[in-house]
Design a protein around this ligand. Sequence first.
Ligand SMILES: Nc1ncnc2c1ncn2[C@@H]1O[C@H](COP(=O)(O)OP(=O)(O)OP(=O)(O)O)[C@@H](O)[C@H]1O
Length: 408
Amino acid sequence: MDSHKIPPPELDIENLRATKILGKGATGTVFLVHDKSRDHPFALKVVEKSSVHHHADRRARHEISVLRRLSAAAPHPFLPHLIGSSENEEFICWAIPYCPGGDLNVLRYRQNDRVFSPAVIRFYLAEIICALEHLHGQGIVYRDLKPENILVQQSGHVTLTDFDLSRELVPRKSGNPNFYSDPEEEKPVKHPPRNRKITRFVIPRRGNHNHAFLNKKGLKKAKSARVSPVSRRNNPNDFSTNERSNSFVGTEEYVAPEVIRGDGHEFAVDWWALGVLCYEMMYGATPFKGKNRKETYRKILLAEPGFIGKPNALTDLIGKLLEKDPTRRLGYCRGSSEIKEHEFFRGLRWDLLTEVLRPPFLPSRDESEVTEGGTDIREYFQKLKLPPSPLWSPSLNECRNNFSLTEF
Ligand SMILES: Nc1ncnc2c1ncn2[C@@H]1O[C@H](COP(=O)(O)OP(=O)(O)OP(=O)(O)O)[C@@H](O)[C@H]1O
């Protein structure tokens, strides 16, 4: 019997022990977790149902359903699969494989000059293209491509994460069968109405003790990937300002012009974001960042990306992905094949990507082996709810002892 056809098991939250906080998103907390019945630890995303974040439950269920779909067939090497999920009156949580290498933004900050070499960019882009190709083939438009959402597995290969903004498109009834529409968003969004501006800042939500916990112990650090490159260069310790905001249409600096114009959300938005990502990996900054959202959007709509130095295959690829008119963008007509055929990838053996044994960066093996100790997840959240005490804060102290919040 095909093991992939077996539905992912229900997780028993009572059996799970968290040994580390891997990150904190707008809607949930991601823990490194182990469970008696499994050999390897895994990543567990927990969304509190009482979350102040609007639509947190709906987004969580959507993400689980996408992961479930991705897990129904043989798992894709550069996409996560659902290990299990669970829901009770307090939480929705789900488990995916742990990626100990951190995300591409954290990794970029570790490089000299905070940029990747063209060879490294080529490797990561190739894997990301394969992941997007698979998603598009399933009718899924990702809509949230950015370095923070590209994680590095133990093997050094990548995994795309965070599917809560992804949408399933259906082939349009009339016209060209290559065109898809979003059943939920048939009507174009002209401008994000104010009340739908689900800005995804990392906001410490509860008492001051948590605030201190977040800053001191690096929870925000794990989320530092959202900090704009410029502000981080000025003050690498300042994680409080200029975080990348993520509205319901995606992260501002990565949003495609047609989304701002309200012309639709087709697959080409992912190819646009790939161009922005590629530019950021090459130059250490995104191409259209303005002082505020309005200016960023204006630049996305009107400005051409600036390139430094002589044009080359990589700048040519970026230029073709950052084509404002989606119908003229690389990838629009024939999807990923058009991009794979670009000169920048000449000679690349796409079929052998997974066989690459020495990807550019290999995470060290340490906490991925931890299968003992840890904290009960329900307890963790209960302690966060305790009122702050000026003299003694049990949640803070205990959490400090129980979680090793070292950076990746
Ligand atoms: N499988 C994993 N392995 C290691 N770290 C992970 C894993 N999944 C998530 N993380 C970490 O947790 C962080 C938050 O995860 P994720 O982006 O899925 O949460 P979110 O609540 O959806 O955030 P967002 O605000 O982007 O929507 C990631 O940036 C990453 O640092």
